[in-house]
Write a protein that binds this ligand. Structure first.
Ligand code: NDP
Length: 796
């Protein structure tokens, strides 16, 4: 026999990992698990237990307690009770606990890995080499942040009791992504694992006991969607962190709208895997294997849409098919298999239905000829070609081992196809030309971009989505802000903080300052003054009730025009920070030149005395300087990830940002919200103070003379809450800030859910805009940006 023949005919024998340690652990618990509440195990109030099974053989593994509302209540109460002690012990003591948990995870790593494989169906190779090491890494990394919180985040504090809901695709890993940063920042948690995969979370609870974690700091409540919903709606929870489907993410967003609960959502994806013609196609093939057959494709950031430059498409498909023939599907505990079991028969059915739909819609389906198991929940690796961008399988998240391929002819088309999705979680780019890769990376709307690599994760790098893939980041320094809030928030007022010292009706008579020739202020859209579409205007009175003029009453059509103008203005977002800084300085200079005029306006609108008005104008000028300064300084990080990588965490503008300004401090409130958004490169649609809009409408003239590109700032006047609701609903608005009352805040959060735009509202808590601690700073910049992590591996 020739060596080549030996290679060609060689097959791998099975190399199974023993399941015995897991069976022993299950036996020790009589295969029945209770709820972990307040550091002890409690039987569920409902008395109900559900089955957890091994998807590779459909055999039962254990009975798991189903938590009802009372149990959720008990868990939240326990977490609330544990909170003060956990906060008071300080960062160093918390670091010790997190370190102890990390050590325990390493000690029991094989048990965790085998248990995870049996419960979820994922290959032992992955749980052993990827999931569990990353879990330990997460706790080590965040032990570090607990230690450093008091120096590195000294203006921040814990949020409180955190409700965390995780999916079944990376059960223990998602748990660690949620629990480690939450505990590090001084919060206590109640976590609900997915119904299909509760077991490693329960083993984790035992680890917490062994590590001596104070009671109630971590509570694990098992159950189904209803248990999750009870946690979401519990008034004792201050934040919800969720990973799962976009559909449930939206339910959660709406359920807590206006409650003041913070939320981070890591949702679905349909991530592009873009191959340019100069890519190393053999590396690409291995990349595709990792992108879509890792974890059976049940990965939110799976590279499920293969976009290939037309000149190499057929070559790549042929290579892929050869590789797919080699993929071994089988027993997850076998170290030689590539693809394990799908989590449950329900998921197999979902995948199969979508595949059938792809075929019905005329896409070409291909599967390898080799045998694969028929007993458990398995699905063969599948490739679709001849797919149109609008096909269901090109748009819907399949969450299975199904790759959908399309070709492109130009770089522009590649970007257009990549962004032709409602999601924005990740993107993988393959080219030997680093200039091309770094040109494309910022153009793709996604929270993570991997260059010549894929599915790379590390605790030091943030992970999370754009658009309907959700918001918030997990990992990295950026992830900490999901679990810490600025201390200054505690000082906000329940009533608007009026800058005007003078009493209503005092001081100035309106007529003294009324313009000689009556004019109605127009709106400002696309760099031009615009009349309102409806042809209506609104009378504006000063705080003494005297008529001072008319302002245009904007409607839905005006907003549509403003949003369109904002989108059309790419000049602003394309400018460098330095160039934007110069424009902002110029704005400040021009405002300073018209200082007297603005003082008069403020006095006219608010009846404040002249020196207070002058202070507001001066503060406004100062604030513009602040954001001019930040424009080229709020500039991301290079993360220390464990792989040989440069991982760039780049803050990117949100895009088109709607800003609903506070009514109080009409000029300073406008400046304090619009300028940080502009400094970061957003195009804005602004609704100025409803009661005192003239300082904003006068501001056009400052903008016009300060080199602000047309469309970068659009101002629509009118009824604030009506306009806010329209903007919240608008599908082409990427983010919305609202500074107003409680009811308006709720409405904005609720209505912005459809396209999952980023929202930032004040829940009827008011800032003193004159006070820099409350009215300016990095928190504004953070809300004006989202972090994109770009991974660039190195090594010759
Ligand atoms: P879900 O979004 O339904 O589940 C995620 C978690 O939320 C689970 O713990 C689930 O509980 C819980 N949950 C379900 N309904 C509610 C609710 N109303 N309120 C609060 N919590 C709730 O995902 P599925 O498991 O049903 O998977 C469906 C699809 O979602 C998949 O096919 C895939 O496309 C996508 N998905 C995406 C993931 C991602 O990482 N982006 C992860 C998992 C799924 P329980 O498990 O008990 O139902």
């Amino acid at each position: 026999m020739k060596i080549k023949e030996i290679y060609d005919t060689m097959v791998y024998g099975p190399a199974p990992e023993s399941a015995n340690p897991v069976h022993e652990w299950l036996d020790a618990h009589d295969s029945t698990f209770q709820l972990f509440i307040d550091g002890t195990w409690k039987a569920p109030g409902s008395g109900v237990y559900f089955d957890s099974m091994n998807p590779s053989n459909k055999k039962g593994l254990a009975k798991i307690a189903e938590a009802n509302e009372q149990d959720v209540n008990d868990a939240v109460e326990a977490a609330g009770k544990a909170l003060p002690g956990w906060v008071a012990m300080g960062g160093h003591q918390r670091a010790r606990y997190l370190y102890a948990i990390a050590r325990q995870i390493q000690k029991y790593s094989r048990l965790f890995a085998v248990l995870e494989s049996m419960d979820n169906g994922k290959p032992i190779r992955e749980t052993r080499d990827i999931d569990i090491p990353l879990v330990a890494r997460h706790f080590y990394y965040h032990a570090g942040w607990a230690q450093l919180m008091e120096t590195e985040l000294k203006d921040y504090k814990e949020i409180g009791v955190i409700g965390q809901i995780i999916p079944w695709n990376f059960p223990l890993l998602m748990l660690s992504w949620k629990i480690a940063p939450a505990l590090a920042m001084g919060n206590t948690v109640v976590l609900k694992p997915a119904e299909f995969t509760s077991l490693t979370a329960l083993l984790f609870a035992e680890i917490c006991q062994q590590a001596g974690l104070p009671k109630g700091v971590v509570n694990i409540i098992t159950g189904a969607g209803a248990t999750g919903a009870a946690l979401v709606n519990h008034p004792g929870v201050q934040k919800i962190a969720f990973t799962g489907s976009t559909e449930v993410g939206k339910i959660i967003r709406r359920a807590i709208a206006g409650s003041g609960k913070k939320v981070s959502l890591e949702l679905g994806g349909k991530s592009p895997f873009i191959v340019f013609e100069d890519a190393d196609l053999d590396s690409v093939v291995e990349g595709v294997v990792d992108a879509i057959w890792f974890n059976q494709g049940q990965v939110c950031c799976a590279g499920s849409r293969l976009l290939v430059e037309e000149s190499v498409a057929e070559t790549l498909y042929a290579k892929l098919k050869i590789r797919m023939e080699q993929l071994i599907v089988g027993n997850p505990l076998d170290k030689c298999i590539d693809i394990g079991a799908i989590v449950d028969k329900v998921q197999v059915k979902t995948i199969d239905e979508l595949v059938k739909q792809g075929v019905a819609e005329g896409c070409a389906m291909w599967q390898p000829a080799r045998d694969f198991p028929t007993e458990g929940c398995f699905y063969p690796p599948t490739l679709f070609t001849n797919v149109s961008p609008s096909a269901t399988i090109a748009q819907e998240e399949i969450f299975g081992p199904v790759l959908v391929a399309m070709s492109f002819r130009s770089h522009k088309e590649a970007v257009a196809l990549a962004n032709n999705t409602r999601y924005g979680l990740a993107c993988s780019l393959w080219t030997e030309n680093i200039n091309l890769a770094l040109d494309i990376a910022p153009q793709v709307k996604a929270g993570t971009v991997w260059i010549n690599c894929t599915n790379m994760f590390d605790a030091a790098s943030g992970f999370g989505g754009y658009r309907e893939s959700g918001f918030g980041r997990e990992g990295g320094k950026e992830g900490l802000y999901e679990y810490a809030k600025p201390k200054v928030e505690d000082t906000f007022s329940d009533k608007p903080v009026l800058t005007a010292k003078s009493k209503a009706g005092a001081a100035v008579s309106a007529n003294n300052h009324h313009p000689d020739i009556d004019r109605t202020s127009k709106m400002y859209i696309g760099g031009k003054q615009a009349r309102p579409d409806g042809g209506y205007s609104m009378p504006i009175k000063n705080s003494a009730g005297a008529y001072i003029g008319e302002v245009s009453e904007g409607n839905r059509k005006d907003l549509r025009n403003a949003v369109e103008a904002a989108h059309a203005s790419s000049a602003w977002s394309g400018m460098t920070g330095h160039a934007r800084a110069q424009v902002l300085y110029y704005i400040a200079e021009n405002l300073a030149a018209r200082r007297e005029e603005f003082v008069q306006r403020l006095v006219q609108m608010t009846n404040q005395n002249k020196s207070d008005a002058l202070l507001e104008v001066e503060k406004s000028i100062e604030r513009i300087f602040t954001y001019a300064a930040y424009a080229d300084k709020y500039d991301g990080m290079a993360h220390s990830t464990i792989q040989r990588n440069v991982t760039l965490a780049m803050p990117e503008a949100i895009g088109v940002l709607a800003i609903i300004c506070p009514d109080e401090s009409p000029l300073l409130g406008f400046i304090s919200t619009v300028m940080p958004a502009l400094a970061m490169g957003n195009q804005v649609v602004v609704i100025p103070s409803e009661t005192a809009p003239f300082s904003a409408t006068d501001f056009y003239q400052v903008l016009d003379t300060s080199d602000v590109p047309a469309g970068a700032v659009n101002i629509v006047t009118g009824k604030k809450d009506e306009l806010a609701a329209e903007l919240a609903k608008h599908d082409n608005v990427d983010g919305i800030w609202y500074f107003g009352n409680k009811e308006g805040s709720k409405k904005v959060e609720y209505l912005s859910t459809d396209n999952m735009k980023r929202s930032w509202v004040n829940y009827g808590k008011y800032r003193n805009w004159l006070d820099p601690a409350q009215g300016e700073g990095e928190v504004f910049l953070r809300h004006a940006t989202q972090i994109k992590n770009i991974w660039i591996p190195y090594g010759a």
